[in-house]
Design a protein around this ligand. Structure first.
Ligand code: KIV
Ligand code: NA
Length: 269
């Protein structure tokens, strides 16, 4: 799946599906089901690495997870989510860091939490051949400014969002994630631009949807109000692990079936 294929989906009015993945086995399942884009999100920080936010996530952590995901994916587009401070300070360094995700980790594209400061970077990356997915609305890397779910959208923020959406489209972004914004604003942004919008907590009128895979499968206990668990993997894991502990404690496991014998290895006593 390439940037061009994703762009064309909007013309055909064909909804785009996107999910996160952080490891090879999960990515393999996500890809085999036919999800269009697999995002190696910096949400790995909260969901898999035990941090309270995405800010401590390093480029090396995203690179290693992206490489694992890319090894497991055949069809979907693999997108590396650029972590806090891997872009935004120095443009040359940002270009190097983004390029590394394609060159060394085999990503197909990068995602940048976007703002006025990412327009030129998006243009430069696209010109070089690094497809960029933009991200507006709630941008968790800014949580220290205002608090995570307090990033509200007032009328002027909505206007600025449409302006930034246009600017990133013109700079070459191939799609735009809209996180936690009013549904009517998301619908207007979607109407205003020709690249697909991918919503999360942004209502039903986007061109596609994204969620974290840990919420979808029910692995994490903390599911955001706009998200939805479609399974109970946490329950299944708990049952399996409890079953193992009980079987070991009761002496039921390992049974003869799970034991190993070799001819010629005789008892010593
Ligand atoms: O890191 C992440 O998982 C994300 C998506 C929720 C868009 O940025
Ligand atoms: Na992210």
């Amino acid at each position: 799946m390439r940037a061009k294929d994703i762009r064309e989906r909007k013309e055909r009015d064909d909804p785009v599906t996107m999910l996160t993945a952080y490891d090879a086995p999960t990515a393999e399942i996500v890809d085999s089901v036919g999800v269009d884009m697999v995002l190696v999100g910096d949400s790995i920080g909260n969901l898999r690495l035990g941090y309270e936010s995405t800010l401590p996530v390093t480029l090396e952590q995203i690179e290693s997870a992206t490489a694992a995901v890319a090894r497991a994916v055949d069809d979907a587009m693999v997108i590396a989510d650029m972590p806090f401070l891997s872009f935004g300070a120095d443009e040359d360094e940002a270009v190097e860091n983004c390029g590394r995700m394609l060159k060394d980790a085999d990503a197909d594209a990068v995602k940048l939490e976007s703002g006025p400061h990412t327009v030129d970077l998006t243009r430069r990356l696209t010109q070089i051949g690094v497809p960029v997915q933009a991200h507006l609305g709630l941008t968790p890397q800014h949580e220290n400014e205002i608090g995570l779910f307090r990033q509200g959208t007032d009328q002027s923020a909505a206007r600025e969002m449409i302006d930034l959406a246009h600017k990133h489209e013109r700079a070459g972004a191939f799609s735009l994630v809209l996180e936690h914004i009013p549904a009517n604003v998301a619908a207007q942004v979607t109407e205003a631009i020709d690249i697909p919008t991918i919503g999360i907590g942004a209502g039903p009128n986007c061109d596609g949807q994204v969620l974290t895979v840990d919420e979808v499968i029910g692995l994490t206990e903390s599911v955001a109000p706009f998200s939805k668990a479609f399974g109970d993997v946490r329950g299944e894991m708990t049952d399996a692990i409890e079953g193992y502990v009980e079987a070991v404690e009761s002496g039921e496991f390992p049974a003869e079936d799970h034991s190993h014998h070799e001819d010629g290895v005789d008892d010593i006593y």
